[in-house]
Design a protein around this ligand. Structure first.
Ligand SMILES: CC[C@H]1O[C@@H](n2cnc3c(N)ncnc32)[C@H](O)[C@@H]1O
Length: 481
């Protein structure tokens, strides 16, 4: 079927659903009507959309960790251990499930059971199936979201939404380009239309499921306009399929003014594009991801990175902050380390929440720059798609118009090269084939030249490499030693 940004009709969806639920043995337990009834039975306190709406009304920044382990009882214990220290809960899905390798996930469950500890890097929800996923939801007092990185997340959605998870992360671009190597973009976009249509069917039955495109993308020096374009496109695609509760995200870059400008411009741009596309009755929120790049091994320094992200999230007015842990440099955190990341974040949020970050010409300039960049790129996306943003996205990625730095996907041009300027803001070192106006490119070039002058070296790819490692080496800007 040719990809188009058009709401899937019932027949198309249902004929595809037969194949989806048959793709693993646990799919047969999913009954949509029963899932709707169960979702309706949940208290508002366990519904992501309600908790997000209240936070936005009150101007609060909610705390959410990532967390997932192989076995259901351990996963429940982990989330119960974390839930008093956060506002929203995850279930981070393991890498095998993300690749639809359910046989390997089954082996991982067996090995974990034998070893008495998790040997998977997340929760294999598809293998555990509806009843066990529901047992997770029943064992908790806070709303639970599925967090993963799955280009084909259809069966995962069927099972977890029927089980009572009330939020679903990802999208056809954001869970392909940064996560997969050879998955055709057209295919993942189409698979995510299915996921969004399923959320739309729940919505039509009065069950509001939150949809959160994966904001940070490669998590490595991604310029705000790049991740904003992807977030807005995935928001538009989700709205088209009937989703109403959208959270758009952005990964901390490190320069405070730029990060605050990023979150504020994201909300304004999303409203601009959603309303221009004719959508008005949606619920929009934002999520700020604490630094997604390399972390210091030193745990005290890791806490500093975590708290810098918490401060930026609160000052930016993000609805939610995704919290890192002091074990980030080593791998899957212990539950204690995960909780410490949350507690450090709480302390910073509590100290910052009553403070207002003042508007300034610099902040205003950053907001306007991001808006101009997003509008230029999205105009090209719509032009390439002859008005269809799904088709336009496929063509724009192929043309290098949409280009995510340091992403593994072979369909991604990878020509855009970012680098920090002399105050640590992420700028463009090489625009590749991204169509930005000359004055914007000059602005970036001048900012990078300021740094080159200060460091008495030419702007180069070495600067980029230095920036990639800088924060893990306890700096923001990768200055020469
Ligand atoms: C998006 C990638 C990030 O998700 C986090 N992550 C992935 N799997 C888990 C996990 N199983 N538990 C806690 N955090 C996790 C980790 O911080 C990683 O950098």
């Amino acid at each position: 079927m040719q990809l188009r940004n058009k709401k899937l009709d019932m027949d198309t969806f249902l004929s595809e659903r037969t194949e989806v639920v048959a793709s693993w043995v646990t799919g047969k337990d999913v009954d949509f009507e029963e899932g709707v009834r169960y979702q309706h039975s949940l208290p508002e306190s366990k519904r992501f959309s309600s908790v997000l709406a209240a936070a936005d009304r009150e101007g609060r920044t909610l705390r959410q960790p990532r967390a997932g382990v192989a076995l259901v009882d351990e996963h429940i214990k982990l989330l119960q251990f974390l839930e008093d220290a956060c506002d929203l809960l995850p279930s981070t899905i393991d890498a095998y499930t993300r690749l639809n390798h359910y046989e390997k996930a089954a082996e991982g469950i067996a090995r974990s059971t034998a070893a008495g500890t998790s040997l998977l890097n997340g929760f294999p929800a598809v293998n555990h199936g509806l009843k066990e996923c529901r047992r997770v939801v029943e064992s908790l007092t806070k709303p639970v979201q599925v967090r993963h990185g799955t280009p084909d997340a259809r069966l995962l959605a069927e099972i977890t939404l029927a089980a009572g998870f009330t939020a679903y992360e990802g999208g056809g671009i954001s869970y392909n380009i940064p996560y997969a190597k050879k998955v055709p973009l057209e295919r993942s976009l189409r698979h995510w239309q299915y996921c969004d249509r399923l959320v739309g069917f729940y919505e039509e039955r009065g069950v509001r499921i939150n949809r959160e495109p994966f904001g940070p993308l490669s998590g490595t020096l991604v310029p705000p306009f790049v991740s904003h374009c992807v977030a807005i496109i995935e928001g538009l695609l989700a709205l088209e399929q009937g989703c109403k509760c959208i959270t758009l995200g952005y990964g901390q870059a490190g320069n405070l003014v730029q990060d605050i400008a990023a979150i504020r411009s994201l909300r304004e741009l999303a409203n601009e594009y959603f309303q221009a596309a004719g959508f008005t009755d949606y619920q929009l929120s934002t999520v700020f991801h604490q630094w997604m790049g390399g972390f210091p091994e030193n745990e005290a320094m890791a806490f500093s990175v975590i708290c810098s992200g918490a401060a930026a999230a609160a000052l930016a007015g993000a609805t939610k902050v995704i919290v890192k842990t002091p074990h980030e440099a080593s791998g899957v955190p212990t539950k204690e380390a995960n909780k410490q990341g949350l507690e450090a974040t709480t302390q910073t949020l509590n100290m910052v929440r009553e403070q207002i970050f003042p508007m300034s010409p610099t902040l205003d300039q950053e907001i306007e720059l991001i808006k101009r960049e997003v509008r230029c790129v999205l105009a090209k996306v719509f032009e390439l798609g002859e008005g269809d943003v799904a088709i336009g996205t496929v063509r724009a990625v192929a043309a290098g118009v949409l280009d995510v730095p340091f992403a593994p996907a072979t369909c991604n041009a990878g020509k855009l090269l970012p680098v920090r300027d002399n105050v640590g803001a992420v700028r463009i070192f090489d625009a590749g084939r991204v169509p930005l106006p000359d004055d914007v490119l000059t602005f970036h070039r001048d900012r990078v030249a300021e740094r080159a002058k200060a460091e008495k070296r030419e702007a180069s790819s070495q600067m980029v490499v230095d920036d990639i490692y800088a924060i893990s080496k306890s700096r923001l800007i990768g200055r020469p030693r």
